[in-house]
Each structure stands twice: as structure tokens, then as C-alpha cells.
Design a protein around this ligand. Structure first.
Ligand code: HEM
Length: 393
């Protein structure tokens, strides 16, 4: 980034600073755009944002056969999310930008190495980052943001007096990590846990069936999933939260603002020290979650569940501000998938869902991706052939 932009973003970040920090003020503004539309504010800006751009076609109607589930979910979520965030001129429509982003995102840690090491150990990440920056730069130079949703437009118009287009392109490249990097693994693990248990799959299908409207049109039957009713049955959202609980691999760093004792006077946290909360430790605590702490229980979040020990989206002042956006998007994707498709794993000769493990090499993630490939046969459900599908809001 240019020196001017860098000092603008870094200004007043110290806790003792009396003047507002542009970075924190910016996050507050974004928070208003991501007001939980799915949790009551039906006419909130987040919802308007979705209306202003092309609705995401999360599942295209092409015939799918053997697919690598991770790669497929990654592509679909990338497309749907960036269409909403960037609108008609979405730079991620170019496959090079899509691939470049994931090269960058998966290699962020080696990029932090000093000196020439990134050029040796992070070539894919460096090249990917440059491709995304180029795409974003072009988006701003060609005024693609003017056709985009109000969030990206407002962000650009607010920041352009303090930074060059090339700075903002870099800013948007990193923003991709917030909007995509955790949504993809969360969607993957939700699909994995639902499809790998026939009872759970049936339960989720029953819920989505109940909010699906069937219309007879001149060219055949259309089934429309009513997105505004996704939360009528809590099972789908509970499954997403539970996937985030059992698969969490991230942490929440916090700066201690003043001396404080925690626990039953057991620990003294000194002012200005850093505390790193390992989410996995909280999520597997038997006192909070009981004997089944290690097990995926789909309806765990349908009733009362521990809020203190749940850090799927972090908490406190830094609570993830994209959580409703991400939950709604994943729920819509899963709803459409369970209704339209059967997924049969094809790993070796086995048709069983084996545990693929988690690849812990990217510490920047809150929820690690699968370690082994999960290859599945995707086939349209036999009883629902010849029907077309849509979302209604
Ligand atoms: C399932 C997907 C997601 C997961 C698991 C996730 C998780 C998290 C976590 C754990 C934090 C840290 C909170 C803390 O330190 O306490 C966080 C912060 C944040 N997330 Fe997410 N996130 C997801 C999706 C999104 C999306 C889609 C966006 C944007 C549209 C987003 C934007 C942010 C931002 C801007 C912050 C920083 C908030 C602040 O410091 O004020 N996240 N997220």
C-alpha cells in the first residue's frame, strides 16, 4: 500500500488513542450493512444489497457427476458471495481471479516470512494476490463499483480521498479472506455432516419441503424454496452452528486492557498482554457441552445451547459481522442441495462417508478444510426429475 493509505488505516489504533480510528469506524459502518437480515430486520441494508445485484444462482442446472466436493463448494460459494458483494462487474467472474484468490488465501502464512522467503515459499500466493489486485484495480478504474451494491460503492467513495485505486484494490483482495475463506469450509462441513447421516438428511429435507412452494407453469412444474422461511425450522441453522463447533480450528486474540482476574480467581491477566482463545478447547469442554462434546449432534442448537463456550463467530466487540450473511448463504445452498441431489461418496471401492480429517496448515482460518479429497457422485433425486427449482425471497 502507499504510505499515505497505510498511515490513514493505521492511525489511532492504539487503545489509548482519543481520536477515532478510521479502521474501526469503517468496521462499524460495515456492521450496519450486515445487520442480521435473517434475524428480524427484513428490510435492512443487507437485504437491500442482495436485491440490488443479480440473485446468486448457487446451483446451476448442469448435470453433475463425480465431483471433488471441496472444489465444487469452493467455486459455488465464491461465485454466489462475490456476485452479491461486487455486483454485475464482479471481478471474480474471471476464473483467473477466482483461482488467484484461493492461491493467495491458502498461502497467507508463508507470505508473512521476511525478506526474499515469500518469493521462494509463497510463489502461488504472491502470483494469486497480484491477479486479484489487478482484477480489483480494473473494477475501480472502469467504475464497476457504480453498478455494484451500496456497500462496495459507499466503501469506495468514502475511502477514495485517503487512498489510491491501487491501495483499495489491495484492500479488497484481503477483504476476500473475510467474505470467503471461512464460509467455504463451514458450508463444506455442514454438507458433509448432513449428507453422511441418512436420518439427518431426511430431517433437513422434511424441513425444506415444508417451505417449498410448487407452482405449475406452462412449461412444467417449478419448485420454489422460500428463503424468508428458512428459519421456520431450526434444524438447518443448528446444523451449521454445530459444524462450526465441532470443526473449529481457529482462535480469538484479545489485548488485555486492564489487570483482571478470571476463573475463580485462578488467573491474573495483566494489562497490555495478549490472550489467545483456542476455540477448539472451548468447543470440546465437557462441562459446557456434556458427554457428547466431541460428537456432531445436528439439533444441539435447536434449544438452549451454551453461548459462553461457543465461539464459532467469535464474540464481544469483534463478533463476526458477516455471520448472518454467511449463515443465510450456507443455509440456502444446503437447502437447494438436499432437495435436488443425492450425493454418494466414491472413495476407492467404498460408498461410505469416510472421515477426511482436517488440513491444519492454514492458521489464518477459523475452520480448517478437509485433508483428503472427498469425491462424490452427484445425481438428481429420482422422484424429483424434470422439475425446475428457484429461490423466492
Ligand atoms: C461461516 C463463515 C464465517 C466464520 C466462521 C467467521 C468467523 C469469524 C470469527 C471467529 C471472527 C473473529 C471474531 C473475534 O475475534 O471474536 C470474525 C470476524 C470478522 N468477520 Fe467473520 N466469519 C465468517 C464469515 C464472514 C463474512 C461472510 C464476512 C463479511 C461479509 C465476515 C466479516 C468479518 C469481519 C469484518 C470481522 C472482524 C469484526 C471486527 O473485528 O469488528 N465474516 N469472523
Amino acid at each position: 500500500m502507499s504510505e499515505q493509505a497505510s498511515s490513514y488505516f493505521m492511525a489511532n489504533l492504539s487503545p489509548s488513542s482519543e481520536n477515532p480510528s478510521p479502521l474501526i469506524e469503517g468496521l462499524k459502518v460495515i456492521r450496519t450493512f450486515h445487520h442480521p437480515a435473517g434475524r428480524g430486520d427484513r428490510d435492512g441494508p443487507c437485504r437491500r444489497t442482495s436485491h440490488e445485484s443479480t440473485p446468486p444462482c448457487v446451483i446451476r442446472s448442469r448435470w453433475l457427476e463425480k465431483v471433488d466436493l471441496w472444489a465444487w463448494v469452493q467455486h459455488e460459494i465464491t461465485f454466489a458471495t462475490t456476485e452479491i458483494v461486487y455486483g454485475l462487474a464482479n471481478p471474480y467472474r474471471h476464473s483467473k481471479v477466482d483461482a488467484g484468490f484461493w492461491g493467495f488465501s491458502e498461502g497467507t502464512l508463508p507470505l508473512l516470512m521476511p525478506g526474499i522467503f515469500p518469493m521462494i515459499f509463497a510463489q502461488r500466493a504472491l502470483a494469486g494476490r497480484e491477479t486479484v489486485i489487478k482484477g480489483m484495480d480494473n473494477y475501480f478504474v472502469c467504475e464497476g463499483y457504480l453498478e455494484g451494491p451500496s456497500l462496495v460503492k459507499t466503501r469506495y467513495l468514502t475511502l477514495k480521498n485517503h487512498a489510491l485505486d491501487s491501495d483499495l484494490a489491495r484492500f479488497e483482495c484481503v477483504n476476500g479472506i473475510a467474505i470467503l475463506a471461512n464460509t467455504v469450509p463451514t458450508a463444506f462441513w455442514t454438507i458433509f455432516h448432513i449428507f453422511s447421516d441418512p436420518g439427518v438428511l431426511q430431517e433437513v429435507r422434511n424441513h425444506v419441503e415444508a417451505i417449498t412452494i410448487i407452482k405449475t407453469m406452462p412449461n412444467g412444474k417449478v419448485r420454489k424454496i422460500d428463503l424468508s422461511r428458512l428459519k421456520d425450522g431450526p434444524i438447518l441453522f443448528s446444523a451449521i452452528q454445530e459444524a462450526l463447533r465441532v470443526r473449529a480450528t481457529g482462535s480469538g486474540p484479545r489485548l488485555v486492557m486492564e489487570d483482571v482476574r478470571v476463573g475463580e480467581n485462578q488467573y491474573l491477566l495483566k494489562k497490555d498482554s495478549a490472550v489467545i482463545i483456542a476455540h477448539k478447547a472451548l468447543h470440546s469442554d465437557r462441562e459446557a457441552w456434556g458427554e457428547t462434546a466431541e460428537t456432531f449432534i445436528t439439533d444441539r442448537f435447536c434449544g438452549r445451547a451454551s453461548q459462553q463456550a461457543y465461539r464459532g463467530f467469535g464474540g464481544g466487540a469483534n463478533h463476526c459481522l458477516g455471520r448472518s450473511f454467511a449463515m443465510g448463504e450456507i443455509a440456502a445452498l444446503v437447502a437447494m442441495m438436499v432437495m435436488r441431489f443425492d450425493l454418494i461418496p466414491t472413495m476407492g471401492n467404498s460408498k461410505a462417508w469416510g472421515e477426511p480429517g482436517q488440513d491444519l496448515s492454514n492458521m489464518a482460518l477459523q475452520i480448517a478444510p478437509p485433508k483428503k479429497h472427498v469425491v462424490v457422485d452427484v445425481s438428481p433425486r429420482p422422484d424429483l426429475g424434470g422439475v425446475s427449482w428457484e429461490f423466492v425471497v
